[in-house]
Write a protein that binds this ligand. Structure first.
Ligand code: NAD
Length: 368
């Protein structure tokens, strides 16, 4: 019999009944990631598009640990990578594509899911082309350059009857799931204030992350983690934002934001004071509720998520977030279940990011 994710009180996104139906508690985590024996394929084939840092150093190794999916194919513009990846991961010749013959992946039954791991400005195009090729899609964060792009991605996947999920790995992580529960179930009373910061020092002058047209900037890259945290802890959508941007290296940050501070107001009256940076390392989430507090530090690192609340340590197993994420996404495709992190979740973030950029421009509070 097929193992299935179980319903849980731990809602992920209150607004998505579909997503919450799949929520997995930390306690049943191990059971859930062992979703084996699925038909008609034992494992679904994933093709990674864009073989840069995240694909090479993180996703491909994680795909050696997954149970419901495996690294079946690659799409790359670099011929040398075709050879090295094929050798390292035993990828069949017929499953290796470049950006010119990408559309012909439609004819390849080995590839069930296309995982878009390209610069942010390319997410929309490669997601839409994947959907049109009849493939399910996982797209990296941020979902697109703006909300409008996200809407077109969702539409393309819907009209081609393909699933779409965003690579928000934290939503698959047990400590993170616990702070969602503490906040959304108001275990310490209503959330009053969320403080969060995510950043690292980026100094690669020639990298696309410093290029506005490519979707660069700290807000797009790391800011979405702080934003996600405020949204998943409160379980609410912000209604208004203010934002400010700063740089200490104007010679490097000529087009995109180095450090951005942004403040959100939620319908319940909860506030969030969030920041992100390409100038400094930081990774923390601190929540003040009416009758207590909880925090994670770090909150969005690949490993070593640590937490504490007014009641004591928040302790759960450390997992391979990417393997857990892809295993569950593959399971949802196999079993035709709704995704925990569907395209709509990426869209909700980008609506806020759009408002943040408007607020930086106007210097005023902007409605979301
Ligand atoms: P990267 O620069 O290391 O890799 C990007 C890849 O895209 C490279 O292989 C590059 O050759 C290829 N590419 C194709 N066309 C290109 C073009 N026109 N310009 C530049 N590169 C081009 O970037 P990365 O750090 O791997 O990030 C890729 C995506 O993954 C981004 O959307 C990023 O936000 C996301 N990401 C997510 C996480 C996470 O934890 N979820 C972590 C890192 C990156």
């Amino acid at each position: 019999m097929k193992a299935q994710p179980q319903n849980s009180r731990r809602q992920f996104i209150k607004h998505s009944a579909a997503a919450s139906a799949l929520a997995i508690t930390p306690a049943i985590w191990e059971k859930n990631i062992g979703l084996v024996g699925l038909n008609p394929k034992e494992k679904l084939g994933i093709a990674l598009v864009g073989l840069g840092y995240y694909s090479g150093k993180v996703l491909a190794p994680a795909l050696q640990e997954t149970e419901n999916c495996y690294l079946a194919g690659i799409v790359t513009g670099t011929p040398e990578k075709e050879k090295t990846w094929a050798e390292q991961y035993g990828i069949k010749d017929k499953n290796i594509y470049n950006y010119d013959n990408y559309n012909s992946i439609a004819d390849n039954d080995d590839i069930d899911i296309i995982y878009v791991v390209l610069p942010n400005s390319m997410h929309a195009e490669y997601t839409i082309r994947a959907a049109e090729a009849g493939k399910h899609v996982i797209c990296e964060k941020p979902m697109g350059l703006n909300a409008q792009e996200c809407e077109s991605m969702i539409k393309a996947c819907e009209s081609n009857k393909q699933k779409l999920s965003i690579g928000y790995r934290m939503q698959f992580e047990p400590h993170t799931q616990e702070v969602m529960r503490l906040g959304q179930e108001q275990v310490f009373g209503p959330v009053k204030l969320v403080n969060a910061g995510a950043g690292y020092r980026e100094s690669r002058a020639d990298h696309w992350k410093l290029d506005k047209e490519m979707g660069g900037g700290a807000m797009m890259d790391m800011g979405v983690y702080s934003l996600q945290a405020a949204r998943y802890v409160t379980g609410e959508e912000p209604v208004a934002v203010t934002a400010q941007t700063f740089t200490t290296r104007p010679e490097l940050f000529t087009e995109v934001d180095e450090t951005t501070m942004f403040q959100l107001e939620f319908p319940s009256g909860a506030l969030a004071n969030l920041h992100t940076s390409f100038g400094m390392g930081m990774n923390y989430l601190n929540v003040t509720a009416e009758k207590g507090w909880f925090k994670l530090d770090p909150f969005s690192a690949y490993r070593g998520i640590k937490g504490e609340s007014k009641n004591g340590p928040i302790e759960f197993p450390q997992i391979n977030q990417q393997a857990a994420q892809m295993d569950e996404q593959a399971y949802c495709v196999m079993e035709d279940k709704p995704m925990r992190v569907p395209g709509e979740e990426g869209l909700r973030d980008m609506r806020v990011v759009d408002a943040i950029y408007r607020a930086i421009g106007s210097g005023d509070q902007e409605k979301v």
